[in-house]
Design a binder for this molecule. Structure first.
Ligand code: SF4
Ligand code: SF4
Length: 423
């Protein structure tokens, strides 16, 4: 049973939409599709019509409601701050419950709720990926060799790592007894695909002397299940994480994935007092490092003669949490980095969870806008703070034929810390 609010609970907020149309100027999907049904105002009208019994949960509604990146731009710029992103998720949950999940949504939710199945599939993926995937020529990542449902053949995805991050690290790494006890919530992408980001997080935390916990029984943050419309599945994952993360009395729970941060904060706060209490302990790694005076530490590192031009892409989930400047502040303090500005730095990369699976053509168009900004900047590297954005930006760069590298801000931090070590 889902603990989330039903769409009926949003009646008052739905009424607060004054139909001004401001959201039309800000919604990235509307700018591409130009259909009233996909902009916040249109979706709010659809939700009202559904509650008034004027329309049914049919495939047209499903298609319109699936066309949302959950980027939150419409909420930020709405004069009444109507929470359209939450309303859309409530509609997806209603559709999922009454009409069933899509095949893809069911698959994702089933796998993420069963760690043994996830481990088995990643093991099989490691063994047989050469059969199903080929390396992107002159680029990073893999592409399918054969047509398959839901993954386009021209889409780049990262390879599965030789070993999962949580399997290759102890559950507890002792630091200075006087320093905080930090729980690291890795999220799925860092654990299975990009463990080097996890290593970089550890390097930064260890340089502070922190005591680090990496609970083995943590799982997916639940956001993919929530985006797919499986409220009950997302709530079950949240309960499991609540147990795993509260079993140890950590001072702080850190994330290095903007989406996991949203899953453990905004989503958790909607699930009751225990979950909300845990959400209060969650911090994005960049925010935590700033709080610990890390900028001053980085500024003391020996300066480099030819710092590399680096642009910063703002993940939507950090922007929504009011944390978009924290990664930029760390980057600006790095000796190897010359921060350059990029047009559209805080526009959505086009991933949007399940959005890019169902609407890859629109997703690619949004990526192309991003590529324009990257091309016009002097950047050699695009740094960001979310593994999902890294995957999408790499796909975008490959489509645009651009040579820039994409990485996590913490990878740049860890590299500079290492370079400053005595040889
Ligand atoms: S900006 Fe807000 S109030 Fe105006 S139409 Fe969009 S959702 Fe409604
Ligand atoms: S959350 Fe983003 S994509 Fe969805 S309706 Fe709002 S602005 Fe458009």
């Amino acid at each position: 049973m889902s603990k989330h609010q039903e769409i009926e609970a949003y009646r008052q907020q739905l009424r607060e939409c004054v139909k001004c149309g401001t959201c039309r100027a800000h919604c990235p999907v509307f700018k591409e599709v130009q259909s009233e049904a996909v902009v916040a105002r249109g979706k709010i009208s659809l939700a009202q019509a559904l509650l008034d019994g004027k329309i049914d949960l049919d495939r047209h509604l499903l298609s319109d409601i699936s066309q949302c990146l959950a980027c939150g731009r419409c909420v930020k710029d709405c004069p009444n701050q109507v929470p359209t992103d939450e309303i859309i998720l409530a509609l997806r949950r209603r559709i999922g419950r009454e009409k069933g999940l899509t095949l893809f949504g069911r698959g994702v939710s089933t796998v993420l709720q069963r760690p043994w199945l996830m481990n088995l599939l990643t093991r099989l993926g490691r063994m047989f990926s050469w059969l199903a995937f080929r390396k992107v020529p002159q680029g990073s990542g893999l592409r399918l060799r054969f047509p398959a449902p839901y993954i386009s053949r021209d889409r780049t995805i990262p390879a599965i790592a030789p070993q999962a991050f949580r399997q290759s690290h102890p559950e507890f790494i002792a630091g200075d007894p006087d320093k905080p006890l930090v729980t690291f919530f890795t999220g799925c992408m860092i654990n299975y695909m990009l463990p080097e980001i996890g290593d970089s997080v550890l390097a930064a935390l260890q340089s502070l002397g922190a005591n680090i916990l990496i609970p083995k029984d943590q799982g997916c943050c639940g956001l993919p299940a929530l985006c797919a419309g499986d409220g009950a599945g997302a709530a079950r994952l949240a309960d499991r994480n609540l147990d795993a993360l509260t079993a140890h009395k950590a001072d702080v729970i850190i994330t290095a994935c903007a989406s996991c941060h949203s899953g453990l904060t905004k989503h958790f706060r909607s699930l009751g007092p225990d979950h909300a209490q845990l959400a209060d302990k969650v911090m994005d790694i960049h925010e935590f490092l700033l709080q610990q005076g890390f900028v001053e530490k980085l500024e003391q590192l020996p300066r480099r003669n030819n710092p590399q031009p680096v642009a910063y892409h703002v993940p939507c989930h950090l922007r929504q949490a009011g944390l978009k400047e924290a990664p930029r502040q760390l980057l600006a303090a790095l000796p190897s980095v010359r921060l350059v500005e990029m047009k559209n730095a805080d526009s959505c990369c086009g991933l949007g969870g399940t959005f890019s699976v169902y609407h890859y053509d629109i997703s690619k168009k949004l990526g192309a806008l991003k590529a324009e900004g990257i091309r016009d900047s002097e950047a050699e590297v695009v740094a960001t703070a979310c593994p999902g954005c890294i995957m999408q930006l790499q796909d975008t760069l490959n489509h645009a034929g651009l040579p820039q590298q994409v990485c996590h801000v913490l990878e740049m931090v860890a590299a500079d810390l290492k370079n400053a070590e005595p040889q």
